[in-house]
Design a protein around this ligand. Structure first.
Ligand SMILES: [Mg+2]
Length: 248
């Protein structure tokens, strides 16, 4: 076997990010509403749940994208998006008055607690992981997030036992695409970069980050975004996870 181990991203590679995000958001919104004792349901008169979700998704999407380019750490983003969303919520429902610390904490912890339980698998993920495991590859999850939440999600999805270990940024100390994330992950599994393949859906964090650390990478183009000419350089691209099996 050319590779001894495979590092695999979690969100939008193994677990389906949007349904998970929507589910956690619904719980957080419910908690925020329960806090609205003085003006019950003011928020639902302004926008419907889907419209609130779109605002949330656009805020968190922008912040995670900025993090990919080094503007924030993932730990900072985890605090920034609840604060920004609750600020917007307050502005639209109550004219932006008052101290939002309590509401922000309510939203943030309700979201995190629900997020740790979300586990919708990407199509073909379980079968692919099982097949790779059966072929003898050492599997490691490699993700930007909190370790306990990501492990809980993989466990609930029933795939955690297929992984030898999980490398999660806030625990590792660096976020992908920082090469130090990959160097620390390699150190923990005791392998040189040429023995490891990285698989993920983000060109920036998964592919360019892994390549900078000397790993080969496979781009999971699940949203059919295509690849820029300058990023190709012999890059292997799959549009469904089971295609990975044919490449190895
Ligand atoms: Mg991803």
């Amino acid at each position: 076997m050319r590779y001894k181990a495979i590092f695999i991203d979690i969100d939008d590679t193994i677990l389906d990010y949007i349904p998970c995000c929507r589910e956690a958001f619904e719980h957080a919104l419910e908690a925020l509403r329960a806090d609205e004792l003085q003006t019950p349901n003011a928020a639902s008169k302004v926008l419907n749940d889907e419209e609130w979700f779109q605002i949330f998704f656009s805020i968190s999407g922008r912040l995670f994208s900025e993090a990919k380019h080094g503007l924030h750490t993932i730990a900072e983003v985890m605090d920034l998006y609840p604060r920004e969303f609750v600020g917007r919520w307050n502005e639209l429902t109550q004219g932006g008055e008052g101290d939002l610390t309590e509401q922000t904490d309510t939203f943030k912890y309700a979201f995190r607690s629900a997020w740790g339980k979300t586990h919708t698998l990407v199509s073909g993920a379980r079968e692919t992981l099982e097949a790779l495991h059966a072929k003898g590859y050492r599997l490691f999850a490699a993700s930007n997030s909190f370790a306990h939440l990501q492990r809980s999600r993989l466990e609930l999805a029933g795939v955690l036992p297929l992984f030898e270990d999980t490398f999660i940024s806030i625990d590792i100390g660096y976020d992908k695409p920082d090469v130090r994330f990959y160097e620390e992950a390699l150190r923990r599994c005791g392998l040189p970069p040429e023995s490891v393949l990285m698989v993920g859906d983000s060109m920036t964090t998964d592919i360019l980050g892994a390549r900078a650390a000397g790993l080969d990478a496979v781009f999971f183009d699940r949203r059919h975004e295509g690849v820029k000419q300058e990023d190709m350089q012999g890059l292997r691209v799959i549009t469904s996870l089971p295609e990975l099996l044919a490449l190895l």
